[in-house]
Design a protein around this ligand. Structure first.
Ligand code: NAP
Ligand code: F7E
Length: 349
């Protein structure tokens, strides 16, 4: 039985990865932060599984990380813990660097100090945000980086320190350069989830309008459940390597919004441009979507499209397992159900 440690197990990817590894027969250990209000909703269903264990820890606390890794001696570490919100990283740049950059170093150093560098394989959650102000479209493993936010700069450190430890100490450490991946478990302030939640609530009469930032921003959106499989595949190869994980299909925020509302029976027409653009309900003429500069970023990444050829060829992974249309539908249907439940509760008083 293999043993894995997942940092960030309570997040979107961590929870799906824990399920995947448990299904594969792993003993799974997850690192969680202690919080005064306990929010483990994504892993609640795993807590009484015999092979699932929780450890308190924080990426800011190096000794705690050494202690956890020492007690588990994992065969594989998946380093997913991060301050993962790009817009928030402009408000807390130093904390983001501590968690996302130095946190990665702390994991690598813990493994090295404990003498586990030949036994323990490490997956690092790198990101398409490294391409930032993109230098070419689509982006592949050979595209130069141009990070364009405090988050991306911190993740750039994480990317290179993983490569450094691979070369300096012969560690089996890999970067997964994952493009945006979404799901029913996506945090509520990321744009896709914000849209599917709002579309469901507006359709149920619980919300008047949705305010968004840059509607022209283009993303390569995939399904998180498909992407965690790649994390595992990377650590099962003969040699450590870095991989771009993406679908190879790109859509704008506006297109995502259009489809999410369509899944709720609402057809949107778009009028105006820039800050004055509005999404109008074709049936009622009501304005349902407006632009608010509050959601603009000081620098925004606007043209992400991944080339998943290497992952397809070397990992045998299918980037189109869940299509964009299916992803939007899954999220929209899930969030419509949430809205309907909320409406019933409100009616019951
Ligand atoms: P997420 O839902 O925001 O989960 C992040 C996890 O990290 C949460 O479990 C969070 O714990 C934990 N965490 C945050 N700060 C921590 C700290 N100081 N110490 C310990 N744990 C901490 O993110 P995700 O979407 O699953 O993404 C997983 C990883 O992939 C992240 O590193 C992210 O940057 C990266 N990534 C994501 C995408 C994407 O599109 N989703 C794409 C590329 C790369 P709490 O629950 O306590 O907050
Ligand atoms: O923004 C635009 C926004 O916050 C996507 C993280 O998982 O993926 C994620 O980062 C785009 C941006 O994700 C709103 O300006 C418009 O251009 O959903 P997002 P992200 O910044 O791409 C990468 C790969 C990661 O690594 C990160 O960890 O949508 N946008 N209007 C908006 N974005 C938000 N959040 N809210 C809006 O109202």
């Amino acid at each position: 039985m293999k043993t894995a440690l997942i940092t960030g197990v309570s997040g979107q990817d961590g929870s799906y990865l824990a399920e995947l590894l448990l299904d594969k027969g792993y003993d799974v250990h997850g690192l969680v932060r202690r919080t005064s209000v306990d929010r483990k909703e994504h892993i609640e269903h795993l807590l009484d599984r015999e092979c699932f264990h929780i450890h308190y820890g924080d990426m800011m606390d190096p000794l705690g990380l050494v202690d956890v890794i020492h007690s588990i001696e994992p065969d594989e570490i998946y380093n997913l813990a991060a301050q993962s919100h790009v817009a928030v990283s402009f408000s807390v740049p130093e904390y983001t660097a501590q968690t996302d950059a130095l946190g990665t170093l702390r994991i690598l150093e813990a493994v090295r100090i404990l003498g586990l560098e030949k036994r323990c394989r490490i997956y690092q959650a790198s990101t398409s945000e490294l391409f930032g102000k993109v230098e070419e479209v689509p982006q592949s493993e050979r595209t130069p980086f141009h990070p364009y936010s405090p988050y991306a700069v911190a993740k750039q450190y994480g990317y290179w320190i993983v490569r450094e430890y691979r070369e300096a100490y012969g560690m089996f450490a890999c970067n997964g350069i994952l493009f945006n991946h979404e799901s029913e478990r996506r945090g509520e302030s990321f744009v896709t989830r914000k849209i599917t939640l709002a579309a469901g609530r507006i359709a149920c009469g619980l919300q008047e309008k949705l305010y968004l930032g840059n509607l022209d921003s283009r993303r390569d959106w995939g399904y998180a459940k498909d992407y965690v499989e790649c994390m595992w595949l990377m650590l099962q190869q003969n040699e450590p390597d870095d991989f771009v994980i993406a679908t190879g299909v790109q859509h704008t925020v506006r297109e995502f919004t259009q489809l999410a509302f369509h899944c709720n029976g609402i057809e949107l027409d778009w009028q105006g441009s820039g800050q004055d653009e509005k999404g109008i309900d074709r049936a009622s003429g009501k304005v349902l979507v407006e632009v608010s500069p509050a959601f603009y970023r000081p620098t925004d990444v606007v043209d992400l499209l991944g080339d998943p050829t290497k992952a397809k060829t070397k990992l045998g992974w299918n980037p189109q397992h869940t299509t964009y249309e299916r992803l939007v539908e899954l999220m929209a249907v899930h969030d419509r159900k949430l809205a309907e439940r909320e409406r019933i509760l409100l009616k019951q008083g």
